[in-house]
Ligand binder design. Structure first.
Ligand SMILES: Cc1ncc(COP(=O)(O)O)c(C=O)c1O
Length: 394
């Protein structure tokens, strides 16, 4: 039996009528650019996430770009992030002209490691005579971008403590983490409502996916939301009067309308993903596979309900590449997120990093794979995935 890594047609079948109605409404209104549907979606996100403000954007990438531009981060600045993430996280930092400083991941959570972050701030950065924190290249360190990879929140208390100690902004990459909860010292908070600002991706394959590209930026302060709205629309408030140079980072009204239909379902869909993860854990254990597989960590389980939203179900596997070939042979959907850590990407060679600099990211890239986890995955399909993996190791 073939098992897809993701099948969005099953989700569409649940919401088709409502989506078609919404599309028809937008097309009939001819309000394609910004307007009521976008504002309603932004308000729904603020209510769902508990963030201060939300500004719909054309993609997660553009949301990150708009945040960096609105904060005035550019040439002469540096931003700290993880090398084990999707390309855009560092790509945007590069595009605004800033330096990317990479810090390795924690091998269990696969997220930015706060201890290594502390070490980086202490040993790889320095304060100059004016008290400005600088990278080894002399750039002013402005922000940290923790990535809630695969739908699991980073250790945000520790990261925020370091950010405030060193006077840095926290820009969360929540692209994969809509609905994920974090048990902060102040209580339960959601990804995207923890840092000064954050961004989500609504790429179709995400837990909340548009019918094309879409994204969103969040922030705490109204003044920052205004700056983001300016950046989103070529720096203009009044048409053809440009206060700043921004871009066209606008979310389509059609996408906002579709996303608003989907948003109320995300909690249920995330819970179904988590239930699938629990079924995998039980089945891998029952099949005696835990000596070959290291299952995803769920460090906040029991402390918050939505601790991990399993955008991807990523585990470590012995003889990973041979297993990948075996899965392909048996038509089991799989993915590798991500095969090359960013410090080893050709386009970032100029940063001067080399193989061995971030061993945990390199090891994760070599040892992990993703299995089907989408909410509508059928029981017999999941059983087939486990059986094919069992047949490989036994
Ligand atoms: C971790 C991470 N950051 C940033 C992005 C960029 O989002 P988008 O594809 O919507 O531009 C993505 C999405 O693929 C992502 O997974």
């Amino acid at each position: 039996m073939a098992v897809p890594l993701l099948d969005l047609t099953r989700q569409y079948a649940q919401i088709r009528d409502e989506v078609v109605r919404e599309i028809d409404e937008v097309v009939t209104s001819q309000q394609f650019i910004l307007g009521r549907k976008v504002e309603e979606f932004e308000a729904a996100i603020v209510a769902a996430i508990g963030c201060g403000h939300a500004v719909g954007m054309s993609s997660g990438t553009d949301a990150q770009l708009a945040i960096l531009m609105a904060l005035g981060i550019g040439a002469g600045d540096a931003v700290i992030t993880t090398p084990y993430t999707f390309f855009a996280t560092a790509g945007c930092i590069h595009r605004v002209g800033a330096e990317t400083i990479f810090v390795d991941i924690d091998p269990v959570s696969l997220n930015l490691d706060p201890e290594r972050l502390a070490e980086c701030l202490r040993e790889r950065c320095r304060r100059d005579a004016d008290g400005v924190l600088r990278s080894a290249k002399g750039n002013r360190v402005r922000a940290i971008t923790p990535v809630h990879l695969f739908g699991l929140c980073c250790e945000m208390d520790a990261i925020r403590d370091l950010a405030s100690e060193y006077g840095l902004a926290v820009i969360e990459d929540a692209a994969q983490a809509i609905g994920a909860e974090y048990p902060s010292r102040e209580g339960t908070v959601q990804a995207g409502a923890i840092g000064e600002s954050a961004y989500f991706s609504f790429f179709p394959a995400k837990n909340l996916g548009a019918f094309g590209d879409a994204g969103l930026a969040t922030c705490r302060a109204a003044v920052d939301a205004n700056a983001l709205r300016l950046m989103r629309n070529h720096g203009m408030e009044q048409r053809y009067y440009h206060h700043q140079v921004g871009g066209n980072f606008r979310i389509d009204a059609l996408q906002a309308a579709i996303l608003q239909v989907k948003l109320p379902h995300v909690g249920t869909w995330n819970a179904a993903r988590r239930a699938n993860a629990e079924k995998y854990a039980a089945a891998f254990e029952a099949a005696g596979l835990l000596e070959f597989l290291t299952l995803p960590a769920t460090p906040f389980a029991g402390r918050v309900a939505e601790h991990h939203i399993f955008h991807q179900y990523v585990l470590r596997a012995r003889r990973r590449d041979e297993l990948l070939a075996h899965l392909a042979k048996h038509a089991i959907g799989h993915g590798v997120y991500y095969p090359v850590p960013l410090h080893l990407q050709e386009c970032f060679a100029y940063l001067g990093y080399k193989s061995g600099d971030f061993p945990e990211s390199e090891r994760a890239a070599a040892e992990t794979l993703a299995l089907p986890i989408f909410p509508e995955l059928r029981e017999e399909e999941q059983a087939e995935v486990v059986e094919v993996i069992r047949s490989f190791y036994r």
